[in-house]
Design a protein around this ligand. Structure first.
Ligand code: ROI
Length: 159
């Protein structure tokens, strides 16, 4: 059994519903359970500013699957919810990122774990810290100390 942390983000088509639907879909993944869900946070877009604010959250999974099979499932959920991959850093109905997968370090053409940008992103660090306050990012450091340096002050807790 591996603990995996998934970052969720949406800024189109009723973002809060997109996240709720995605969590229900993750509960249906075989040999996997959603054990914790952070609050939902509204956040200003990182990258191009000419797009709506995002809603972000993080969930903790217990899974018997490998990281690449979890990736297959989360990509299927993104596709199911109408994710289009046209514009880099553009608006999206649903983004699901595997942030951490146990203590595994993975670098291949499909997956980089720990997620390469997570330590820079308040919209990941704040919800992750809420459900896993002792989290260490392999090769980077403690989420709680990254959070103090990072500007997560523009995040607004929704539910
Ligand atoms: N910005 C915020 N605030 N939240 C996201 O989930 C998000 N996702 C992205 C980019 C475009 C980098 N910006 C984001 O992919």
């Amino acid at each position: 059994m591996t603990k995996a942390y998934i970052g969720l983000g949406s800024n189109l088509d009723d973002p809060q519903s997109q996240l709720k639907k995605a969590i229900i879909a993750m509960e249906m993944v075989p040999s996997t359970s959603v054990v914790k869900t952070s609050s939902f946070y509204r956040s200003k877009p990182v990258g191009p500013q000419d797009q709506p604010d995002y809603v972000n959250a993080v969930v903790e999974l217990d899974t018997e699957l490998s990281a690449s099979v979890v990736l297959d499932y989360v990509q299927a959920i993104e596709n199911e919810q109408g994710r289009e991959r046209k514009i880099k850093w553009g608006a999206r109905t649903l983004d699901l990122d595997i942030l951490l997968f146990g203590d595994e370090i993975i670098n291949n053409n499909r997956l980089q774990i720990p997620h390469v940008e997570m330590h820079n992103r308040g919209f990941v660090l704040l919800p992750l810290n809420e459900i896993f306050p002792d989290c260490m990012i392999p090769g980077v450091g403690a989420v709680s100390s990254l959070l103090q340096e990072d500007n997560a002050e523009d995040l607004v807790k929704l539910i």
